[in-house]
Design a protein around this ligand. Structure first.
Ligand SMILES: Cc1cc2nc3c(=O)[nH]c(=O)nc-3n(C[C@H](O)[C@H](O)[C@H](O)COP(=O)(O)OP(=O)(O)OC[C@H]3O[C@@H](n4cnc5c(N)ncnc54)[C@H](O)[C@@H]3O)c2cc1C
Length: 372
């Protein structure tokens, strides 16, 4: 096969939103790939995700932006208050609030089932001249040309890749430092509510509210969805002591089991006149509540040899939340919003779509390279 027609086979480890998004792109571009996940089934977990300008062009290229809009609700403003319900900040922007499980479903619908291999924990991998080989927990091996670690914040692909880089003296010192676990996030989604129970739940646009506590390192965000449900997320910023207490949680699986005691701790958080978080928790099916750790690190090294890291395996968040909790001034909010909305990358090997921003997008080096 000539160099021009050769298509590398991609092995993707992890069927989270990052792995599924990449698989959808490769499917669209007719590039061979296979997905592997240690989970026995892909559970629709989580609350709402905001789909902003950074992913809108990609979803348009994949032909799913209309589906996402149909499942989502336009979000044009947010209201930030303290627990006394005094308004701290009101911010305007333009994103789509979509239930995380709905987004997972849309991405999954683009990927043929036979390319997804569940119950396959990847134990090790190695590079073999022309390609890569992975060994999975069922003692099988799989071969490809490029390995993508989309295996989440505790990425074993990243750990193995970094060990190799370190041995060869190529790991930057910043990537040798352990990452900080800065934030715990508890998420859930109520069953459909009516206007009398939760005002604005039937509005055409998403009602996004954030309550920041004065005396506890907690904040809570609520979004209304197209299905008339309320997605809620509580963030607890950890200090050293609370960080140590949560040490065991890191090594456990995500799921409803881990969430119950945190639900009890945050029940009395005041969201509106006559409404506390406990009221929403009680209207949420137990099996969709989950507890997630957010960390604070952007790794510098994301590619080495034939191995690439994407998603939370490479980029961990928490920093912005920490600033929010310290009452970020409006000017800074605007700066973040403008920076984030200027970042509108397109998949350089698919036909490009019209950029719909009012200001030009930030430079995308990969686009330049592919076009050359
Ligand atoms: C349960 C959960 C709920 C969330 N809810 C929200 C939300 O409501 N709103 C929001 O904005 N963000 C939410 N987030 C955060 C956001 O969705 C993440 O930033 C995003 O999921 C990151 O995607 P990812 O694909 O990089 O990693 P993950 O979603 O963590 O996916 C990694 C995948 O890799 C698999 N894996 C790990 N190790 C191996 C291995 N050795 N072999 C094979 N497979 C492996 C895991 O089983 C997992 O399926 C949530 C995250 C999680 C995990």
């Amino acid at each position: 096969m000539s160099r021009e027609t050769f298509k590398p086979k991609i092995l993707i480890i992890g069927c989270g939103l990052a792995g599924l998004s990449l698989a959808a792109i490769l499917e669209h571009a007719k590039i061979p790939y296979e997905l592997f996940d240690k989970a026995k089934e892909l559970r629709p977990l989580g609350s709402a995700i905001s789909i902003g300008p950074a992913v809108m062009p990609m979803f348009t290229q994949l032909g799913i932006m209309e589906q996402v809009q149909a499942k989502g609700k336009l979000m044009t403003e947010s209201f930030l208050t303290n627990e006394k319900l005094e308004l701290l900040t009101h911010l305007d922007f333009h994103t789509e609030a979509v239930e995380r499980p709905a987004l997972q479903g849309i991405l999954l619908s683009l990927i043929p089932k036979h390319k997804i291999h569940l119950n396959k924990r990847v134990l090790s991998f190695c590079e073999t001249g022309e390609g890569v080989m992975i060994r999975t927990s069922d003692n099988k091996t799989h071969h490809g040309n490029i390995l993508v670690g989309a295996d989440g914040p505790y990425s074993s692909v990243r750990q193995t890749m970094y060990q190799k880089m370190d041995k060869e003296g190529k790991l930057p010192s910043v990537d040798k430092k352990p990452f900080k676990y800065s934030t715990i996030c508890l998420v859930g989604q109520t069953y459909p509510l009516d206007e009398a129970t939760y005002a604005h739940v039937e509005d055409d646009v998403c009602r996004y509210e954030m309550v920041i506590c004065d005396d506890r390192p907690l904040c809570c965000c609520t979004f209304t969805t197209a299905e008339k449900t309320v997605c809620w997320m509580v963030f607890e910023i950890l200090d050293q002591e609370s960080n140590d207490k949560n040490d065991n949680f890191r090594s456990t699986e995500w799921g409803p089991e881990a969430a119950e005691s945190m639900c009890n701790q945050v029940r009395n958080l005041r969201l509106r006149e006559n409404l506390v978080l406990g009221d929403l928790i009680d209207k949420t099916p137990k099996n969709v509540i989950c507890k997630v750790m957010l960390e604070e690190k952007i790794f510098k090294s994301w590619v080495y040899g034939r191995t690439v890291l994407i998603g939370d395996g490479n980029d961990l968040h928490g920093q912005v939340l920490r600033k929010v909790m310290h009452n970020m001034p409006l000017k800074l909010w605007h700066l973040v919003r403008d920076e984030v909305s200027a970042y509108r990358p397109q998949i350089s090997f698919l036909p490009l779509v019209e950029d719909r921003g009012t200001k030009g997008p930030a430079k995308q080096p990969s686009l330049k390279k592919t076009q050359v």
